[in-house]
Ligand binder design. Structure first.
Ligand code: FE
Length: 230
């Protein structure tokens, strides 16, 4: 059995939100899909350990805001690698409350689907929530982010990315000899050939030369939580 076959499945990337009383929370998921057209119904699989799972279980409502390819890594890091138990993910994020009271994320999203839970299935580590759509809409023009796009382009592993950000070949050659460093928290790879242009780090900057206050652009881990790649 070759489990890498599972990597060939296609997914989108969503911020899944819910509420509990007057509190709100959300997280990134890649597991939203439509299950029927009439009535329009979607399903989402959520890890039982997550705070959003607790909120959906209690309020029976959720909203999936569909991320755009323009979404910055910092947004994905905040919503995907941090817990609402430790940080207020909504601080600095533009959102509005939907019909059900579950938030709709307006930053870096192209559309939203708001649903009322009509059924749940226990699948061990996760629960599948099945929700009838009560409201949905398009927020702006743009390409929805796919999971593959997130891995290939947003993590800077494609040549296109390097071609965009590496200004000349001599920089590129030197940078190739510099070591890549991996974040132990989220798996982000700092590649000196790309630098971290979103945060003002030029291509060709060695990991050792990054300022002490530099943090992982995805999850916010500090430099000491990185280790060199072999
Ligand atoms: Fe990280």
């Amino acid at each position: 059995m070759d489990l890498t076959a599972l990597n060939m499945c296609s997914y989108g990337l969503y911020i899944l939100t819910s509420k509990k009383g007057d509190k709100v929370n959300g997280q990134i998921v890649n597991t939203v899909f439509q299950v029927t057209a009439e009535p329009p119904t979607i399903a989402v699989s959520v890890n039982k350990l997550n705070l959003t799972h607790e909120y959906i279980s209690e309020s029976k409502v959720f909203t999936a805001s569909i991320l755009s390819t323009e979404a910055p890594m910092t947004l994905i890091g905040k919503w995907g690698f941090k817990s609402g138990r430790d940080t207020d993910k909504f601080e600095g994020t533009d959102y509005k409350l939907g019909k059900t009271g579950a938030p709709i994320i307006l930053d870096s999203t192209v559309a939203y689907l708001e649903a009322q839970v009509v059924n749940t299935t226990d699948v061990g580590t996760h629960t599948i929530f099945i929700g009838k759509i009560v409201d949905c809409g398009v927020i702006r023009d743009g390409e929805p982010m796919t999971y593959a796009y997130y891995h290939k382009v947003k993590k800077g592993k494609t040549p296109e990315r390097a071609a965009t950000y590496v200004k000349d070949e001599s920089d590129k050659k030197e940078a190739k000899e510099l070591k890549k460093y991996t974040c132990s928290v989220c798996g982000y790879v700092y590649d000196p050939a790309n630098g971290d242009p979103d945060n003002g780090v030029k291509p060709g900057t060695a990991f050792e030369s990054l300022p002490d206050e530099w943090v992982c652009p995805v999850c916010g881990a500090t430099k000491d939580q990185f280790s060199p790649e072999d």
